[in-house]
Design a protein around this ligand. Structure first.
Ligand SMILES: [Zn+2]
Length: 176
């Protein structure tokens, strides 16, 4: 962990390098939510989970238990590819005036109801971050963060969603 002294703009190029595809986005989600080496919730041994080819999941090197990083997040409840979600979040974090659902519909090539729902979920998450008093003082970050809004952070380790431990219940924040 290191402190960010000054927020650097997170450009589209930065975004594309960091998150070129669904796999990179999933890897990020896995890393920030569970870590890549963790204690398996099933067999309790610690090991580096490996990405499954056939599923959006990671598997325990010891017992083969699967962890699905998208489960418990809004990403799991749509058929929208993860990359599009991340890009939508990127748009939100780089826009000063918010992003209308119409704009998401156009840019992502999704239906209006889908765009509307995505915008709603992202706003909900960002509002939660904005209202977090922990954000007022200092910002700690490491390479797992997406970068973006104000302090260069979209996902913070200390914010409940999308980070939760394998032993806790999924975040209360975005539960239906
Ligand atoms: Zn295991």
């Amino acid at each position: 962990m290191k402190k960010i002294k000054q927020a650097k703009p997170f450009t589209l190029n930065d975004f594309m390098v960091r998150f070129p595809d669904d796999a990179a986005c999933l890897e990020h989600l896995m890393t920030i939510r569970f870590g890549r080496t963790l204690e398996c919730p099933k067999c309790k041994k610690t090991g580096r989970f490996s990405r499954l080819v056939s599923e959006l999941a990671y598997s325990c090197p010891w017992c083969g238990h699967h962890i699905h990083p998208m489960v418990g997040t809004p990403f799991a409840r749509t058929h929208v590819p993860l990359f599009k979600w991340f890009y939508a979040i990127y748009l939100f974090t780089t826009s000063h005036h918010g992003v209308p659902a119409k704009e998401l519909e156009r840019q992502l090539g999704v239906s209006y109801p889908t765009a509307f729902r995505m915008a709603h979920e992202i706003r909900k998450y960002m509002a939660m971050i904005d209202g977090d008093p922990k954000l007022g003082g200092h910002v700690e970050a490491d390479e797992t963060y997406v970068g973006g809004k104000e302090k260069g952070v979209i996902y913070r380790r200390d914010v409940e969603w999308p980070q939760y431990s394998t032993r806790s219940t999924p975040s209360r924040l975005l539960q239906p």
